[in-house]
Design a protein around this ligand. Structure first.
Ligand SMILES: *Cc1c(COP(=O)(O)O)cnc(C)c1O
Length: 476
């Protein structure tokens, strides 16, 4: 263990320097071609090496080439800076290396606690057993929609686990225009067929229209289909829009639909009193997917699925061979009875550490800082004649485009499409692009509480500079 101790100290020094130095480096730079070749071409080592040497190599060959998240001016996709407490939690979890499937060990009990904490943070009801940690929201969505499918089948008098879907009328689901691709993936994987996931009309702000949902459900039912599921968003990826969850929950109650809320990115926005009202009705969902590895800054991977009915979830997934019998006595069984993974990583320790280091107050403060900065960025965009704000800032994503007067519309499209990569390569800020209502757009996601107003000013300046450069190269 002396080798581990010494190399471990070196590793912590290295990582402290890395984390502490991020803000002084370019946000992101392409990997140098020679370094890329080295990483890609690493031969399988024949002989082993000492831990100190490996730590040094990590410092030389890996840490210089980060994705960019961690830097206060990384606004790309929905990728968080790692909470230092979570990094330490991940290290300790790896040292213990249990399988958090079930049994009487600390990891299992901690997972029950942090899932309850997550539910409390999101304001979601949490009877014992009603949720678990997952690899991410994509897996959380598969688990939730699996439970929805089981319940729908039961109501139609079938056991989908035994009979499959053949015994059933066409189970039909509904999601908004801006719903995340993981919803469709889950529907496809569960054998429901993506054509049976209807896209419901949205308003101009990208919110699923509850009246359109109800009309479509009724028309489909009249046509012999079996509507069973609606998916609402508590923060879309493109604009951070939060659906009218209360109104959608009303429709679901009336029409007997399972309501799944995708809160992967946005659910923790409910902690900010300024925007909390947008989340009214979140607690009425049958299931909620969230990603502690996003706004909470828990190191990847960590998603979470919460459900209203733990027994229904267990009935969907429980399959207990004799070598995995649960003798723990709390009656809840193993986590592996509530989802897909059997051997499961010790995710809860990094969640525990991340939440414990900040406290509920600290987390709420961080969330509020992010939403305030996103709104501020919206103001900066609106004050800048060359830029156009494309959506009201509802949570912490600001969508806009570079649109100086007098530039041909088709050229503007090409410039905006190329803009995120151009900004990224300049190295001072990192944004990503999307298509909104058929137009190329830039969207900045603010989930790093270290972001400050000067960072926003840099982003605006970088977008303008990159836009002007692109106009020359693409327009000339
Ligand atoms: C990130 C995200 C997902 C997918 O979650 P993963 O953790 O990447 O699997 C789903 N929905 C929304 C709104 C997201 O932001």
């Amino acid at each position: 263990m002396n080798d581990f101790r010494a190399a471990g100290h070196s590793a912590v020094d290295l990582l402290a320097d890395y984390l502490g130095g991020l803000a002084d480096r370019p946000v992101w730079q392409p990997v140098e071609p020679a370094a890329r070749e080295r990483l890609l071409g690493l031969p399988l080592p024949v002989r082993g090496r000492g831990l100190e040497e490996l730590v040094a190599e990590i410092g030389r060959e890996v840490l210089p080439y980060p994705m960019g998240n961690g830097h206060p001016r990384f606004f790309g996709w929905v990728n968080a800076a790692p909470a230092p407490a979570g990094v330490l939690g991940a290290l300790a979890a790896a040292a213990m290396n249990p399988s958090s499937a079930g049994g009487d060990h600390a990891d299992v009990h901690l997972e029950r606690t942090v899932v309850r904490w997550i539910a409390e943070l999101a304001g979601f009801p949490h009877p014992p057993g009603a949720g678990l940690l997952t690899s991410g929201a994509s897996m959380a969505t598969i688990v939730a929609l699996g439970a929805a499918r089981s319940r729908a089948a039961l109501r139609l008098g079938a056991d989908v686990r035994e009979q499959g879907l053949a015994a059933l009328p066409t189970l039909t689901g509904y999601a908004g225009v801006e719903s995340h691709s993981c919803v469709r993936k889950a529907v496809e994987l569960l054998g429901l067929g993506s054509r049976n996931l209807r896209t419901v009309a949205s308003d101009a702000g990208g919110h699923l229209d509850p009246a359109a949902l109800q009309a479509q459900v009724r028309a489909d039912r009249a046509a012999g289909l079996a509507p069973f599921l609606a998916v609402a968003s508590a923060g879309t990826v493109n604009t951070g829009a939060v659906d009218d969850l209360d109104a959608i929950a009303d429709v679901c109650a009336e029409e007997g639909l399972w309501l799944h809320v995708d809160g992967a990115y946005g659910a923790f926005g409910v902690l900010d009193p300024v925007v909390a009202h947008r989340y009214a009705g979140l607690d009425r969902a049958d299931s909620l997917a969230l990603d502690p590895h996003k706004w909470l800054g828990v190191p990847v991977d960590c998603g979470c699925v919460l459900v209203r009915d733990p027994a229904g979830l267990r009935a969907t997934f429980s399959l207990v061979p004799s070598y995995l019998r649960d003798d723990s006595g709390d009656g809840l069984g193993w986590f592996s009875e509530y989802g897909i993974e059997q051997t499961r990583p010790f995710r809860s320790l990094k969640v525990w550490a991340t939440i414990a280091a900040a406290g509920r107050e600290g987390i709420a403060r961080n969330v509020a800082q992010c939403t305030a900065m996103a709104r501020r960025l919206g103001e900066l965009v609106e004050a800048e004649p060359e830029l156009e704000l494309l959506a009201a800032v509802e949570s912490s994503i600001t969508a806009f485009r570079w649109a100086p007067a007098g530039v041909d519309a088709e050229l503007l499209e090409r410039v905006n499409q190329a803009l995120p990569a151009a900004v990224q390569e300049r190295g001072r800020a990192f944004v990503t692009g999307t298509v909104l209502a058929g137009r190329e757009a830039v969207r900045a996601c603010l989930i790093n509480p270290a972001v400050t107003e000067p960072d926003l000013a840099v982003l605006v300046a970088e977008v303008r500079a990159a836009g002007a450069e692109l106009l020359k190269t693409l327009g000339g």
